[in-house]
Design a protein around this ligand. Structure first.
Ligand code: SAM
Length: 249
C-alpha cells in the first residue's frame, strides 16, 4: 500500500479503498446460496420482524417505483410489492450471485413481472436522476466503501418528495447489553457460519463490520449531509438494528 492510497476498513482490517469492494463481493458470492437460511438462523428469525417494521414505517403506496439498493435476494422488494398493488421494484446489487438467488425466488412467488434485477454499485448507480419514489437499503450500507457517496447517490436518483429508508445494524445504547450482544455475535455467529455455510471468515467479517458502523446519531448526520430533510430514526430490538428515514424535499 503506498502513502497516497486511501484506506478503509474491511471488518477490523485496514485495507486499501480500491480493494474493499472486491473483498465484499467475494463474501456475498460465497454466501449467496446459503444467505436466506443463514439470515433466519443467525437472527433467530428476527430480521423478518425488522423488515416488517421497515414496511410499517414506509407504508408502501400503490403504483410507486422502489429502488432497493444492495437488495441481494430481494427480501425488502418482495415485502414492498406485497403491500403496494401495481408498484414496481428494481433490485440493484453489485453481487450477481445474490440477484440470481432472488430472481429464482421471484419466479417461484410469481412476482417476476413487477421486478427488475440490476447489477450496480451503490456509489455510482446506473440510473437517471429523479427516477424513483422510494429508495431502500437494508443491511447493505455498512458494506459500502464510501457510505457518504452512497447516500449522495440515493438523493440524486430519488424524485423530489421521494423517501429514503435505511435498515442497518446499529449500536446498543447500554454498555452492559452491548457487551452481551458482542459475546453472542463474536462467539456464536462465525461458528454457525462454519457449520451451516462452511465459511467462518465471511461471518467473522459480518460481525466485525457491524461494530465498525457509525451509531444512530452519527449516521443521521450523514443522511442530512447528503441533502435529506426530516431525518429520523427508530431503534429496533433496543438498538441492535435501526431504521433511518429521510425525505428529498
Ligand atoms: C447483507 S446483504 C443484504 C441483502 C438484503 N438487502 C437483505 O436485507 O436481506 C448485503 C448486500 O449488499 C451488497 N453490496 C455491498 N456493497 C455494495 C455496493 N457498493 N453496491 C451495491 N451492493 C452492495 C452485497 O452484494 C450484498 O448482496
Amino acid at each position: 500500500m503506498t502513502d497516497d492510497q486511501q484506506t478503509t476498513h474491511f471488518g477490523f482490517q485496514t485495507v486499501n479503498e480500491a480493494e474493499k469492494a472486491g473483498m465484499v463481493h467475494g463474501v456475498f458470492t460465497r454466501v449467496a446460496s446459503k444467505y436466506d437460511i443463514m439470515n433466519d438462523v443467525m437472527s433467530m428469525g428476527i430480521h423478518r420482524v425488522w423488515k416488517d417494521a421497515m414496511m410499517d414505517w414506509l407504508a408502501p403506496r400503490p403504483g410507486t417505483r422502489l429502488l432497493d439498493v444492495a437488495g441481494g435476494t430481494g427480501d425488502v422488494s418482495f415485502r414492498y410489492l406485497k403491500r403496494a398493488p401495481g408498484a414496481h421494484a428494481t433490485v440493484c446489487d453489485m453481487t450477481e450471485s445474490m440477484l440470481i438467488e432472488g430472481r429464482q425466488r421471484a419466479e417461484a412467488d410469481r412476482m417476476a413481472e413487477s421486478l427488475d434485477w440490476v447489477v450496480g454499485d451503490a456509489m455510482a448507480l446506473p440510473f437517471a436522476a429523479n427516477s424513483f419514489d422510494v429508495y431502500t437499503i437494508s443491511f447493505g450500507i455498512r458494506n459500502v466503501t464510501r457510505v457518504q457517496d452512497a447516500l449522495n447517490e440515493a438523493y440524486r436518483v430519488l424524485r423530489p418528495g421521494g423517501r429514503l429508508m435505511v435498515l442497518e445494524f446499529s449500536q446498543l445504547p447500554n454498555e452492559m447489553m452491548q457487551k452481551l450482544y458482542d459475546l453472542y455475535s463474536f462467539n456464536v455467529i462465525p461458528v454457525m457460519g462454519q457449520i451451516i455455510a462452511n465459511d467462518r471468515d465471511s461471518y467473522q467479517y459480518l460481525v466485525e463490520s457491524i461494530r465498525k458502523f457509525p451509531d444512530q446519531d452519527t449516521f443521521a448526520g450523514m443522511i442530512r449531509k447528503a441533502g435529506f430533510g426530516q431525518v429520523k430514526y427508530r431503534n429496533l430490538s433496543l438498538g441492535i438494528a435501526a431504521l433511518h428515514s429521510g425525505w428529498k424535499i
